[in-house]
Write a protein that binds this ligand. Structure first.
Ligand SMILES: Nc1ncnc2c1ncn2[C@@H]1O[C@H](COP(=O)(O)OP(=O)(O)OP(=O)(O)O)[C@@H](O)[C@H]1O
Length: 450
């Protein structure tokens, strides 16, 4: 039967120590090399995850040159190997130099078997964690992508994507309603790309960013809607889609002009005056509640009903269980090359913090926190502190009563386990220390999605 124990390579030229170490590590499948050549051959043949390396190897047993050369060769051939270097008394400096050169850790000679045992077992643990993370990072975008570039595994969001897919081929006017940073811009682009107008222009106007006069010129061209209805951004969107972002921030007089334009367009489309229709589709988005604004008189009701033929409500990130971790891995994957190629994954405390945080700024906040964390991260795994979420999650909101506190803790733990296991019920149940049926019951009880 093949040996399934984790593979440990010991690079050591002293036969007495070789025997002692082999004996001490019966939990691992141990390979022994006495010099650089043997070490490299075994690394290639057996691909051990962890290596202990004595820096004093022949032909330079009293120096460190051969040890450093072996370290560099190994990391070049298999960079994810966790290499623990041995340093003799008074050689702390070379040990630190080895760490700077990519070694995982060091231990002091003479060998304390227990201490080295702990370092070795931690190295295996970290290696496994990094490998899991790398696998998840790779699989996230492929598995959990809807509408081309929208990353989600949350049923609430998948429903949104399905609605967009359904309305895209029609020419109805759609209002995307959701908090800031929930992905309204991304979804508007996705809707255009899924429509028959995909080869036409996609023109965005941010109504919140411009003063009323500038916005008017921007939309209609310099002389206003009545004189040059085909100018400005509206004209530029001919044959494609005009995306009015933050339409709720348009003032009432501009709302009136837009309404007038839409009425004229409708008449033109109907051929009343024999003119050609404008042939644009308008998509709108707002983080404001336009329905409530019409009731308050700050948004024209007639315009609202014209623009919002279909309203798509986008849930906040905190209401998409599992998505914060999934998106974090997606951003890690996307930014690693540019910002910090050393970073390979997310530490367990970061995953827990991502689950627990309330995400007032939604996906944009997550994207920004990830960028910052990747720049600041010192290790290979991003921590809660790198994300600046360590303090916040510990404090938490005021607890209303014990029942609610328990429910919150349950929900958090379940979401965390589901995210960590990529939605695998058996894996999540194992991680939580409960049976599959119990996990199903809890998911149902808390109205969470399996
Ligand atoms: N589900 C998602 N998958 C991948 N990236 C996303 C997702 N949702 C949002 N993003 C990214 O997050 C950032 C913010 O999204 P977007 O600009 O679409 O949000 P918004 O709701 O339009 O924000 P605002 O209210 O500020 O205009 C963008 O970089 C976007 O690409």
């Amino acid at each position: 039967m093949s040996d399934t124990r984790p593979k440990l390579l010991i690079v050591e030229d002293d036969p007495g120590l070789q025997r002692q170490l082999r004996w001490a590590y019966d939990a691992y499948h141990v390979f022994i090399a006495g010099d650089r050549e043997e070490a490299i051959d075994l690394l290639r043949a057996e691909t051990p995850d962890v290596v202990t390396l004595d820096l004093g190897l022949p032909p330079d047993p009293d120096g460190t040159s051969e040890g450093f050369a072996t370290l560099a060769d190994m990391l070049r051939i298999k960079p994810d190997t966790k290499i623990i270097v041995a340093s003799g008394h008074g050689e702390r400096e070379s040990a630190l130099e080895a760490i700077a050169g990519g070694a995982y850790d060091f231990y002091q000679k003479p060998v304390d078997i227990n201490e080295l045992g702990l370092i070795v077992s931690r190295a295996f643990h970290v290696h496994a964690l990094e490998r899991d993370n790398a696998r998840l990072v790779e699989s996230a975008p492929r598995d959990k992508q809807v509408l081309g570039q929208v990353i989600t595994a949350a049923p609430e969001m998948i429903r949104v994507a399905r609605t967009i897919e359904r309305v895209a081929p029609t020419d109805v006017f759609v209002l995307l309603s959701g908090g800031s940073g929930t992905g309204k811009g991304l979804l508007a682009q996705a809707l255009h790309d899924a429509s028959q107008r995909r080869d036409g222009p996609f023109v965005t106007v941010n109504c919140a960013a411009l003063s009323s006069a500038t916005l008017e010129a921007e939309l209609f061209g310099e002389f206003g809607s009545d004189k040059r209805p085909a100018g400005g951004r509206i004209g530029a969107a001919r044959g494609g889609t005009l995306f009015l972002d933050e339409v709720g921030d348009m003032d009432l007089s501009l709302q009136a002009q837009l309404l007038l334009f839409l009425q004229q367009r409708r008449e033109a489309d109907a051929g009343d005056r024999g003119a050609k229709g404008m042939d644009i589709r308008i998509l709108c988005a707002s983080h404001r509640d336009l329905g409530a604004m019409t009731a308050a008189g700050t948004f024209r009701e007639d315009l609202y009903y014209r623009l919002a033929e279909v309203v798509v409500r986008i849930p906040g990130l905190k209401d998409r269980p599992g998505d914060p971790a999934l998106l974090a891995r997606h951003f890690l994957n996307r930014f690693a090359d540019d910002l910090n190629p050393q970073v390979k994954g997310l530490a367990p405390d970061a995953l827990a913090a991502l689950d627990a945080w309330s995400w007032p700024g939604n996906v944009r906040e997550l994207e920004n926190r990830m960028k910052r964390a990747m720049i600041l991260a010192e290790g290979k795994l991003i921590t809660a502190a790198d994300l600046d979420l360590d303090q916040e999650t510990q404090g938490g909101a005021d607890v209303i009563n014990l029942k609610l506190a328990r429910e919150m803790a349950d929900r958090r733990a379940i979401r965390h386990a589901m995210a960590r296991t990529d939605g695998n019920i058996s894996g999540a149940a194992r991680m939580l220390g409960i049976s599959r049926p119990t996990l199903y019951d809890l998911l149902k009880h808390y109205h969470m999605q399996g």
